[in-house]
Design a protein around this ligand. Structure first.
Ligand code: 5GP
Length: 116
């Protein structure tokens, strides 16, 4: 068993962060360093998948659930339009190897293409 990721520790209440939405399989928090007026992270409760390629191969249905939750959050908290970013690999800016989607909405311009 690998060490709990920072997101697992948030889910377990060991690190404070408001959980803004959750389902049986997913939860969402606000990014601590927002790059847009709405910047949420949609995260599987399991840390089994390191990145989106592992998730797509291992549980594509869960990836679809992530997209559905992202849309719901963009509707509820942003302007309905959103940018969905999966930094994949350290050279692409991934720092937490527990798959998560950045959901950016509201006031987007080119500068928020990089969520990392
Ligand atoms: P990555 O760089 O792996 O794509 O994304 C990790 C994200 O997690 C970063 O945007 C970073 O700001 C966010 N993050 C890291 N630690 C915490 C934390 O303790 N709380 C919250 N809410 N976000 C965090």
């Amino acid at each position: 068993m690998s060490e709990p990721s920072i997101f697992t520790r948030i889910l377990n209440g060991e690190i404070p962060s408001e959980i803004v939405a959750q389902t049986d399989t997913l939860f969402a928090i606000r990014d601590i360093a927002p790059k847009a007026p709405t910047h949420l992270l949609v995260i599987p409760k399991t840390q089994e998948y390191r990145d989106v390629t592992e998730l797509a191969a291992g549980d594509p249905g869960l990836l679809i659930e992530m997209i559905e939750l992202a849309k719901g959050l963009a509707d509820a908290e942003g302007d309905g339009d959103f940018r969905l970013i999966f930094n994949t690999g350290a050279n692409a800016g991934q720092t937490v190897f527990h798959v998560h989607a950045h959901v950016l909405s509201g006031g987007l311009d080119e500068s928020s293409m990089n969520a990392g």
